[in-house]
Design a protein around this ligand. Structure first.
Ligand SMILES: C[S@@+](CC[C@H](N)C(=O)[O-])C[C@H]1O[C@@H](n2cnc3c(N)ncnc32)[C@H](O)[C@@H]1O
Length: 224
């Protein structure tokens, strides 16, 4: 998968893309990340935003530097990208959206800032509007990182153990069962006997029962 990130703050990504699963995915050649600084594509390099028509606080990202960036990227490759505009007004990210996005060969993530994007970026660029939740952040960079992490770990071959993504919370409309590791007794808090039994069938049943119990307690909406 190729992932392009269109942003005013490319430096913010270096750490996140350079560690853990996102780094491993790149090292395994399963994903390539490309960062594009919107400012470099502005006709006047210093000016990427302006005051909103009709008045109001803050600054709005101008259409021209964003269209210029997207068009310059388009000249690098013939493959069409799925363009994702990060906005709190978009469809809310879920595990099933992440799964769908993981099947795409080429994603372009567009990060807003300040008061957000000029509306013509939304209407003129054939974008999928995506939100990471019902709250407002200062910019689209952290949402883009969230989307990248959620998607990249689902690309086949990225996680060492395939099962780890299959059994996770939300993957089967359930939260995951409780997990334990060594020691079997920590300060008197004991690991359930069945998990130490080596009886695979019983362990699977315990895990399923506890996934359902936990989901019913915490997220009854998922059970429904
Ligand atoms: C301060 S926000 C703009 C909010 C906008 N004025 C509104 O009320 O809808 C600036 C940028 O942060 C990003 N952003 C903020 N919250 C987000 C969220 N929950 N999901 C995705 N992107 C978000 C978007 O890229 C947005 O353009």
């Amino acid at each position: 998968m190729r992932i392009d990130i269109v942003t005013l703050f490319p430096e913010m990504f270096e750490n996140v893309l350079g560690h853990s699963i996102l780094k491993i995915a790149r090292e395994k050649n399963l994903v390539q990340y490309h960062l594009f600084n919107i400012r470099e594509y502005a006709d006047n390099r210093r000016c990427v935003d302006d005051r909103p028509y009709g008045g109001g606080p803050g600054m709005v990202i101008k259409p021209e530097p964003v269209f210029n960036t997207v068009e310059a990227i388009g000249q690098q490759t013939d493959i069409p990208s799925k363009k994702i505009l990060l906005t709190p007004q978009g469809q809310r990210l879920t595990q099933s959206i992440a799964k769908e996005l993981a099947k795409e060969p080429y994603l372009m993530l567009m990060c807003g800032h300040y008061e957000g994007f000029d509306e013509r970026i939304r209407t003129g660029l054939d974008v999928f509007e995506l939100s990471i939740g019902d709250f407002v952040l200062s910019g689209g960079e952290i949402p883009a990182m969230v989307v990248i992490d959620a998607v990249v770990r689902l690309i086949p071959g990225v996680l060492g153990d395939l099962d780890s993504a299959i059994n996770e919370s939300f993957s089967c409309d359930l939260l995951e069962h409780p997990q334990y590791t060594r020691p079997a007794d920590y300060r008197g808090m004991k690991v359930p006997e069945v998990l130490l039994s080596g009886h695979h069938q019983k362990i699977k049943e315990w895990q399923k029962d506890h996934a359902i119990k936990r989901t019913r307690e915490r997220r009854p909406d998922l059970i429904e």
